[in-house]
Design a protein around this ligand. Structure first.
Ligand code: FAD
Length: 671
């Protein structure tokens, strides 16, 4: 065939939904040559996801996207409404909508998916301001039409074994309602200003043009009806169930006397089924309304018969004797619950599936957008650092399939149970399952917040007894939690996460314990010397993107953007006045820069500034991590913020362990 162009790209991403954009953001921050192609012309403007969970807030914040938390509605509470003995609904309990202490983002936030996509796009575009970073372009009105992998090139890390044909369209021929749920265009309005303010994807080629792209890595983030998944064949088919139950979803500004309209409420009635409501931004409320249970043999309703009038009438029946109507409907849809996931997320370490393309489930638990972004948050740094020649791809890349497949399976199991408990019809069923639903909901945040994710033991995650003994609550495979620490030099209190942005670096957190004790200080300094003189020089440096650093208020000279791929922090428990950094602490923890002098940004104390309640915080930081305040521990953190390994400060074997871990993951300078 004749192509309008033939080009090479390191990473080709199909689909600019949450999964595709999160992948693209990693590429933009790491400075990887990548393209995103999308069949729509603009981001989604109504409907779909609106729930952001704690771990997703942490991830977005690690890219500097803290506005998502500020601008979303915080859903602090949930209520349960069940029928009383006369069949009338009443509030049977009110509970917190999260679990205390899981994250500093302590509840679900609601904000429309299109807003999240716009923030991600802005962040991707902003990253291009770094001269050494190629711009990651998002192009609209394109779909792939063929996919081929040249197996003879798979093992060659410099080769481009994935061949993809892309077809360009014009605006009119692309909108396929099926791929974005069942959206009625006549009701479809935008929640973020007029249409001109929406970012538009680029259109780089003439409609009708067909181009050939050769890629090192190819990521299918093209949603539930994924073309990429189908192109990969039977082996990649999703497995699971489609239930017959039909649910409706609508975003409305409600007019109602129902008292809990601004709280997440789960209402189970005998008069008309179940309903869940979730407060949103701009006075909107999302309603999920059960239309059929899919079990009654006389149930003739199909999705295409559903109308907004039918949805609000059903809601009125369920909420009776309370009333509900709307003055404004923003979006509505009807869906059947499909709970399926794939057995493979990866083909030969070169082609990947992520997000809805590889797992689908009901939207009520507010998981899809979160788990989809978390998939590519897991994948992005692995393929990005592989493209830059910094990590060993054959070691690291297979962990994507291993780690995320398990999360998808857990998600489907969770969703099945949640949907089942919400879909009760008879008074007897509702009453028998009432305690179970509340208990399920109480434990759910461990899963739904994303904080409970615990990646299994692998080359990336060293799970051993030593780890448990040294840092009881800092578990390899779980995300490294944020705690507040005080900068040793200037006394400013920081969230540790703010010092650890997503920029591709691994981190060694040396919890040095009480370095006022000479022996302990000797151990910390010996370790520091070895880290600085032996470990760090083994690996090539990384060119980091300064954008995420804005909040860190650090001056960065161009030459300083090239920095070791391992960043080292020291968090100790000694009283600040007993330690003079330049005199007492090895310079690995406060390196010298010819233009900037000594670094004062990497040594923290677990004790608060002298004017405040000293003892409280000293205890809490180390206690939160489960680390001994005298002996300390060393925690190795992956670029995605998950704990890779825990070892001791002083033991000589610890150095061998640390070295082996990095050698197995990073390309060395001598090979
Ligand atoms: P998508 O968002 O579907 O993005 C895929 C992208 O690929 C789209 O832009 C599409 O146009 C593009 N594409 C598709 N095919 C092609 C092709 N052949 N070529 C090029 N581009 C293509 N999730 C939550 O987390 N919280 C919620 O509260 C929530 N509520 C929901 C409510 C409803 C009613 C629905 C339908 C979904 C809800 N979800 C929710 C789920 C959430 O919307 C999805 O899980 C999420 O959008 C998945 O992201 P994704 O990037 O994998 O796929």
């Amino acid at each position: 065939p004749t192509y309008s162009s033939v080009s090479k790209v390191d990473v080709l991403i199909i689909g600019a939904g949450p999964a595709g954009l999160m992948c693209a953001l990693w590429m933009a921050r790491l400075g990887v040559n990548a393209r995103v192609v999308e069949k729509r012309a603009t981001p989604v403007s109504a409907g779909q996801a609106d729930g952001i969970q704690s771990r997703t807030f942490e991830i977005l914040d690690s890219f500097g996207l803290d506005q998502v938390w500020r601008e979303s509605t915080h859903v602090k509470e949930a209520t349960f409404w069940d029928p009383d003995e006369n069949g009338k609904i009443h509030r049977s309990s009110r509970v917190p909508n999260s679990m205390k202490g899981l994250s500093r983002f302590d509840c679900t936030g609601t904000i429309h998916q299109g807003v999240i996509e716009s923030f991600l796009i802005q962040a991707i575009r902003a990253s291009a301001s770094v001269p050494s970073h190629p711009e990651v372009i998002i192009e609209g009105n394109i779909t792939p039409s063929s996919l081929h992998i040249d197996e003879t090139l798979i093992d060659d890390q410099d080769a481009y074994p994935v061949m993809v044909t892309l077809k360009h369209f014009d605006d009119a021929s692309v909108v396929d309602a099926k791929s974005r749920g069942n959206i009625d265009e006549s009701l479809h309005k935008t929640s973020f200003g007029d249409d001109d303010s929406k970012p538009k994807y680029l259109q780089n080629a003439q409609p009708g043009a067909e181009e050939l792209v050769l890629a090192k890595y190819f990521v299918g983030c093209d949603g539930a009806h994924s073309w990429v998944r189908k192109a990969l064949g039977q082996e990649f088919r999703l497995r699971g169930e489609t239930t017959e139950a039909i649910w409706g979803a609508m975003d409305i500004i409600p007019v109602t006397d129902f008292p809990d309209i601004r709280v997440r409420s789960m209402v189970r009635s005998t008069s008309g089924g179940s309903l869940m409501m979730i407060p949103r931004e701009n006075k909107l409320v999302r309603l999920y309304i059960q239309l059929t249970d899919g079990l009654s043999t006389n149930c003739l309703l199909t999705r295409s018969m559903v109308t907004p009038e039918m949805l609000i009438e059903t809601a009125q029946r369920i909420l009776s004797p309370y009333t509900i109507d709307f003055t404004y409907i923003h979006w509505w849809s009807a869906y059947q619950i499909v709970q399926r996931s794939g057995d493979h997320f990866d083909k030969q370490g070169r082609i990947f599936l992520a997000g809805d393309a590889v797992h689908t489930h009901s939207p009520k638990a507010g998981q899809g957008m979160n788990v989809s972004m978390q998939d590519t948050y897991n994948l992005g740094w692995k393929i990005g650092l592989a493209c830059k020649g910094l990590v060993r791809p054959t070691a690291i890349i297979p962990t994507y399939d291993m780690e995320r497949k398990l999360v998808a399976k857990e998600l489907i199991a969770f969703d099945r149970k949640f949907s089942e408990l919400l879909s009760m019809h008879s008074a007897k069923d509702i009453s028998e399952s009432s305690v179970e639903l509340k208990q399920f909901f109480k434990k759910a945040p461990l899963f739904t917040t994303g904080i409970g994710v615990n990646y299994a033991s692998s080359i990336l995650t060293v799970v051993d007894d030593e780890a448990y003994g040294l840092a009881k609550y800092t578990v390899p495979g779980k995300r490294f939690a944020s705690c507040q620490v005080t900068n040793h030099s200037d006394g400013r209190v920081w969230e540790l996460h703010h010092r650890m942005p997503s920029d591709g670096r691994f981190r060694i957190m040396v919890f040095g314990g009480n370095i006022a004790d000479a022996e302990q200080r000797f151990g910390v300094n010996t370790l520091g010397q070895w880290l600085g003189k032996t470990l760090i020089p083994r690996y090539p440096p990384i060119n980091i993107c300064p954008i995420v650093d804005r909040r860190l208020q650090t001056v960065r000279f161009q030459s300083e953007l090239m920095t070791p791929i391992i960043e080292i922090f020291l968090v100790h428990t000694a009283p600040r006045d007993q330690i003079d950094v330049l005199r007492d602490v090895d310079s690995t923890y406060h390196p010298w820069h010819p233009k900037l002098g000594w670094d004062y940004d990497h040594i923290f104390t677990a004790s608060r500034v002298a004017t405040q309640d000293n003892i409280q915080l000293t205890q809490s930081v180390y206690r939160d991590y489960g680390i001994d305040e005298e002996r300390g521990a060393v925690v190795l953190v992956r670029p995605d913020g998950y704990v890779g390994m825990v070892t001791s400060v002083a033991a000589k074997e610890a150095r061998t362990k640390i070295c082996n871990w990095f050698d197995s993951l990073l390309q060395g300078l001598d090979n």
